[in-house]
Design a protein around this ligand. Structure first.
Ligand code: PEP
Length: 250
């Protein structure tokens, strides 16, 4: 049995001075994260100290949204895995489609970051997903297999430490959700791809769905056999909607 994991991706929202209030609401609404589902908030870098303080004493995990693969050095503006760990961060989102689209993230850099995150003891949440054009051109399967294979290359022995998020790009922030049947099809494809890389560990990998997951569709999605939670954008910015999605994973 895989424990479901629901993570909020705040993206570039909430000031450091606003983080504690949202976390306070999430603590109350999720019974301090002690609810049978692993609950995580992935906040902007500058919100991390405030979020870490606000999460103390709860079971809710703290995540970042990106990192560099090098441990230190002349990389102006970048943040290393060690810096995140030093602030109490436990999870990190890697390869989000917005980073691939706007910040030239590639499968190669996602793979370097994944190795560095594992080395540092962070739990990576690796995002994969096809664009609308790729889906309409019948390329979804190739795109997903290619991303999973390249992003996770060389990390087969650590599969149980990795979370994957299937996020169809066309469903992120658009209000369009993949149907639970569409999502399950891709989640099964991801698991089959993992099984080719390491048959013994593919069943242990948690695969979240992300893309306009809301309180009204979360239960249906997470009832599917290969959907092990959610990565939540918009609905994670409000404690009650985030907690309702968490509750749907029970
Ligand atoms: C995301 O950015 O990871 C996401 C799924 O966003 P939204 O829930 O707003 O579609």
């Amino acid at each position: 049995m895989r424990t479901k994991i629901v993570a909020g991706n705040w993206k570039m929202n909430k000031l450091p001075s606003e983080a504690a209030a949202l976390i306070e609401g999430i603590r109350k609404a999720t019974n301090e994260g002690d609810c049978g589902v692993e609950v995580v908030v992935c906040v902007p870098f500058v919100d991390i100290p405030a979020a870490a303080a606000a999460l103390k004493g709860s079971k809710i995990g703290l995540g970042a949204q990106n990192m560099h693969w090098k441990a230190n050095g002349a990389y102006t503006g970048e943040i290393s895995a060690g810096m995140l760990k030093d602030l109490g961060v436990q999870y990190v989102i890697l390869g989000h489609s917005e980073r691939r689209q706007y910040f030239a993230e590639t499968d190669e850099t996602v793979n370097l970051k994944l190795k560095a995150a594992l080395e540092a003891g962070l739990t990576p949440i690796v995002c994969v997903g096809e664009t609308l054009q790729e889906r309409e051109e019948g390329k979804m399967q190739d795109v997903i297999v290619n991303q999973v294979t390249k992003d996770l290359a060389g990390c087969q022995e650590d599969f149980e430490k990795i979370v994957i998020a299937y996020e169809p790009v066309w469903a992120i922030g658009t209000g369009k959700t993949a149907t639970s049947t569409q999502a399950q099809e891709v989640h099964a494809l991801i698991r089959a791809t993992l099984a080719k890389m390491n048959p013994a560990k593919a069943e242990k990998v948690r695969i979240q769905y992300g893309g306009s997951m809301k309180p009204n569709n979360a239960a249906d999605l997470m009832a599917k056999p290969d959907i092990d939670g959610g990565l939540i954008g918009g609905a994670a910015l409000e404690a009650d909607s985030f907690a309702a999605i968490v509750a749907a994973g029970k």
